[in-house]
Design a protein around this ligand. Structure first.
Ligand code: TYD
Length: 134
């Protein structure tokens, strides 16, 4: 898996004078069956989240509120995606190193994953990740 598989997903946007609405469903807008949703919030200025890859887990990240950068690295190249729309998802396959940074005040990152939390699926050492990608 590499950065070629990473993709921006345009989520449906139901415009309404009463306020807009967006959504995603299993195996439709999100290209897998969702096993877990988690969110990252109250991030102090300058903090960085992530800093790991998953052996098998895939996920979609959405900036529900505010903005942040997702820096992705597949061992060969690095690419930064700035997320700042509540109707745009970023699909990240397994075996891609990620770092989330530049969180704006009150930003809210929503993440849908295809697996429950499992520490054994994490690669937290970049050297180890890089060796596996070679
Ligand atoms: P981690 O995935 O390392 O956070 P980051 O977003 O910075 O990559 O998770 C931080 C801690 O939270 C870690 O001890 C595991 C725990 N955790 C859960 O218990 N369940 C979860 O769904 C997640 C994502 C993390």
């Amino acid at each position: 898996m590499g950065l070629e598989q990473v993709k921006i997903i345009a989520l449906p946007k139901i415009l309404d004078e009463r306020g807009n609405l967006s959504f995603f469903e299993n195996q439709k807008q999100v290209p897998f069956s969702i096993a877990r949703v988690y969110w990252i919030y109250d991030v102090p200025g300058g903090e960085v989240r992530g800093g790991h890859a998953y052996k098998t887990l895939q996920e979609v990240i959405i900036a529900l509120s505010g903005s942040f950068d997702v820096v992705l690295n597949d061992g060969k190249e690095e690419k930064t995606f700035s997320l700042n729309r509540s109707y745009t998802g970023l699909y990240i396959p397994s075996m891609v190193w990620r770092r989330l940074e530049n969180f704006s005040t009150n930003s809210l990152a929503l993440i849908a994953a295809d697996q429950p939390y499992n520490e054994k699926d994490y690669i937290r050492n970049y050297e180890e990740f890089s060796a596996l990608k070679r």
